[in-house]
Design a protein around this ligand. Structure first.
Ligand SMILES: C[S@@+](CC[C@H](N)C(=O)[O-])C[C@H]1O[C@@H](n2cnc3c(N)ncnc32)[C@H](O)[C@@H]1O
Length: 379
């Protein structure tokens, strides 16, 4: 299987970041649409992208695309796929569905018609009438958009934000994929100071340290497709080995993380230990007012309370004012934050150099970006 189409599902607003990650991994036949980045690849890309992508939510193997305005067309289109090439006799296949702006709008009906089509295709090949579904899981997605059906297999399983290190968390944690994207969208490079002064369970600082050390986000977890027979186990082994060989545990970035809540710091330290970066993050329990900047040309990326999700409005607004005071007086530092508070720039005291619309879960947020002066060029 050397000519396959994969699709990386992303949070709305992060498509371009995932496209850049795919280009960095060596893929170039890429098509971007809302919440999805499709790319041509070979079968080894399934382990490679699952293990290495920091900002995508999951990777789908696209099996077929066809038009369907009737259930008969849907049935025939799904049945035409040679399912036994992918799913073994005992495979536990589950059909998920979605329908947007399509004639076939009833998702449960689309699911049951598709399930019948899969079973009929497999019956023909395996010459049995009943399927035990006692084996490995195969999640089949039937997605209709404007009467075009895309049939895919979810190769990921638990969403890619579940790296495995965030054993403990507090209220309102940021998804690891979004935390990594905030970093990718910033000017931070691993030789620059990094600070998250409202670190909570440590997600942004941990992701920064993992990027600095080149620790692949998916290296310590499993995926649905690592048990599938049609993907040679050697490919998983090789991709894991290659990803591991790029880790640089000798590099220690300068990462600072603090939070007013001592419990948060305890949790963040534990998570950093699990992620293999506890030795390069200096955690401290303190309020933002006590934060001092250690050097020049640092980058602060944070996810403070928005008042909508936690904290009191008055305190939150005071925090935003304090942020403006500190960073406006330290012009070599770059400051980045997400919040849903529409008055952020006014409270901070300056218009952002750039603003980007993102979603933190279901909450619409803006990513405010204030650029510090450029560090001098190294000779
Ligand atoms: C939205 S949470 C951050 C979640 C974090 N990004 C994560 O993934 O777990 C906001 C954090 O800001 C902290 N915080 C609130 N006010 C603060 C202040 N004045 N100084 C420092 N930290 C503060 C809270 O204790 C909370 O942990």
């Amino acid at each position: 299987m050397n000519d396959i189409t994969l699709s990386a599902a992303t949070t709305f607003g992060l498509e371009a970041v995932v496209k850049r990650e795919l280009i960095d991994l060596g893929y170039n036949d890429i098509t971007v649409s809302d919440g999805s980045v499709e790319f041509k690849a070979n079968i080894a890309a399934i382990p490679k992208t699952n293990i290495n992508l920091r900002c995508a939510d999951r990777i789908y193997l696209v099996l077929s695309k066809f038009k369907a305005e009737t259930f008969e067309e849907l049935y025939q289109g799904v049945k035409a796929i040679e399912w036994s090439d992918y799913i073994p006799k005992d495979g536990k296949f589950i059909i998920t569905g979605k329908s947007i702006k399509s004639t076939l709008s009833s998702v449960p009906s689309c699911q049951s018609v598709s399930e019948k089509a899969v079973i009929d295709s497999m019956k023909k090949k395996y010459k049995i009438d009943r399927f035990s579904k006692s084996g490995n899981e195969y999640k089949i997605q039937i997605a209709l958009l404007k009467d075009t059906v895309t049939v895919s297999l979810d190769t990921t399983g638990d969403s890619l934000h579940k790296r495995g290190y965030r054993e403990r968390q507090l209220a309102a944690p940021l998804k690891e994929t979004l935390a990594a994207a905030l970093i990718e969208l910033s000017f931070w490079k691993k030789d620059r100071l990094f600070l998250d002064p409202t670190c909570g369970s440590g997600t942004i600082a941990i992701e920064a340290a993992m990027i600095a050390r080149n620790i692949p986000p998916g290296v310590s977890r499993s995926f649905s497709s690592d048990k599938w027979d049609f993907i040679d186990k050697v490919l998983w082994k090789n991709e894991k080995k290659e990803a591991m060989s790029n880790i640089d545990y000798n590099f220690t970035p300068d990462v600072y993380a603090s939070d007013i809540d001592p419990k948060a710091i305890e949790i963040a330290k534990h998570n950093a230990y699990l992620a293999g970066v506890d030795d390069c993050i200096r955690f401290e329990s303190k309020s933002f007012k006590e934060v001092t900047l250690k050097g020049d040309y640092g980058v602060c990326i944070c996810n403070p309370p928005y008042a909508e999700r936690m904290g009191e409005l008055k305190e939150v607004e005071e925090l935003y004012r304090n942020m403006g005071e500190l960073f406006r007086n330290n012009p070599t530092w770059s400051f980045y934050t997400i919040t849903s508070h529409e008055g952020f720039e006014k409270l901070y005291g300056k218009k952002a150099d750039k603003k980007r619309k993102l979603f933190n879960g279901n909450v619409k947020v803006d990513y405010y970006q204030y650029y510090g002066t450029r560090p001098p060029k190294k000779i």
